[in-house]
Design a protein around this ligand. Structure first.
Ligand SMILES: NC(=O)c1ccc[n+]([C@@H]2O[C@H](COP(=O)([O-])OP(=O)(O)OC[C@H]3O[C@@H](n4cnc5c(N)ncnc54)[C@H](O)[C@@H]3O)[C@@H](O)[C@H]2O)c1
Length: 341
């Protein structure tokens, strides 16, 4: 069987991660890289032996020999690139979120349908081992019917102030909230009908990053489930883990709880502070990427090879993005918003 030839647009932090997975995967070939900052693209091309290097994604869409492309540009710059590659009949893996406004969401979905190509969005928490185990247990019916859930998924301030140059043009709701919404829809196996969100601001604005700090959101599901969701980009840099990630779900016959960022599996202390090293998300074992955020990218290749449906469908990502937009609207208006999907 022929390998899937894959190109990457966006040679930043996460674009390199995509490239490294395609380089490593036995059924993938990392053939093209594009960044408007050509030096970034050239550096990754040199490291992984990629022959096609572009500064303009339109040129790549016209000329590249790739079968599929990973779009790994900032949150709000996915749509034009996705449409250009869909029109060039390339399959798509789009980083989360799908897009950050309704016209962009619709343009991508129309282009995928019009061109008959395949598209997955990298909502990777479904590959998180504790969540996947909990999902299997809940789906088995052993715990009864899901009724309530609580999910906290936050980052230390450094992610917004230092890691992402474009945080002020996005939001914690797009960066982590999109994962949170997808996880809750998947765990409840139900659709969100109404949201009410309140935001707080000031910590990030005071240090020059013009975006909200925290969103506290209530989500109501069609079949009566209720979830509380907490997403913040303003937790202290001294946290022992970049993420603060907690989850619990109460069902009619049982309950499941997780603490994914303060686990007791490994604890590290130096002269300055204590750390809880990440072993779930971006872990390496003997130089091989082993974290959940690599498994979703690998799974895209696996599904391209076996032709089965992606584990996160484009419709999942479309609905998730519309729910995040309803949350942002609710926080702006300070009133509940009915979700129209
Ligand atoms: N799934 C995950 O775990 C995960 C982790 C981090 C980031 N992400 C997502 O990946 C995406 C990229 O994030 P990042 O941290 O790599 O950002 P980044 O800023 O490090 O990299 C983005 C790159 O895109 C390039 N770019 C911007 N516009 C372009 C264009 N028109 N054509 C070509 N290149 C262009 C920039 O020059 C930059 O090199 C975001 O959507 C983010 O939410 C996902």
């Amino acid at each position: 069987m022929e390998k899937i030839k894959i190109g990457v647009v966006g040679a930043g932090v996460w674009g390199e991660t995509h490239g490294s997975i395609y380089h490593e995967h036995p059924m993938a070939e990392f053939v093209a890289i594009c960044d408007k900052d050509i030096k970034r693209a050239e550096a990754i091309a040199a490291k992984y032996g990629v022959k096609e290097v572009y500064a303009d994604y339109r040129e790549m869409a016209q000329k590249s020999h790739c079968d599929a492309v990973a779009i790994v540009t900032p949150d709000f710059l996915h749509a034009d690139i996705a449409v250009a590659f869909a029109d060039a009949k390339k399959h798509l893996l789009i980083e989360k979120p799908l897009a950050t406004n309704v016209p962009d969401i619709e343009r991508i979905c129309d282009a995928v349908e019009r061109n008959g190509i395949r598209c997955m969005v990298d909502l990777h928490n479904r590959w998180n081992p504790p969540f996947n185990k909990a999902w299997q247990e809940v789906r088995s019916g052993r715990l009864g019917v899901p009724k309530n859930a609580y999910l906290r998924h936050s980052d230390i301030k450094w992610v917004a102030t230092d890691m992402l140059s474009w945080a002020a043009k996005s939001s914690i709701m797009w960066f982590l909230g999109s994962h949170s919404v997808d996880t809750l829809r998947w765990m409840f196996d139900d659709e969100v009908s109404r949201v009410y969100s309140v935001k707080s601001e000031g910590i990030l604005k005071d240090v020059g990053v013009d975006t909200a700090d925290t969103y506290l959101t209530t989500l109501e599901f069609k079949n009566g489930g209720i979830a509380h969701m907490e997403n913040s980009w303003a937790t202290p840099n001294g946290n022992t883990n970049v993420n603060d990630f907690k989850f619990s779900m109460l069902c009619t016959k049982g309950m499941v709880s997780m603490d994914l960022s303060s686990h007791n599996l490994i604890h590290l202390v130096d002269e300055n502070r204590a750390y809880t090293p990440d072993i779930l998300v971006t872990n390496f074992v003997f130089d091989k990427c082993k974290g959940l955020s690599y498994e979703s990218i690998r799974d895209f290749v696996d599904r391209m090879v076996d032709g089965k449906e992606f584990r996160v469908t484009l419709e999942d990502a479309r609905r998730g993005a519309l729910i995040v937009l309803a949350i942002l609207e609710s926080a702006e208006k300070r009133e509940p918003v009915t979700v129209n999907l």
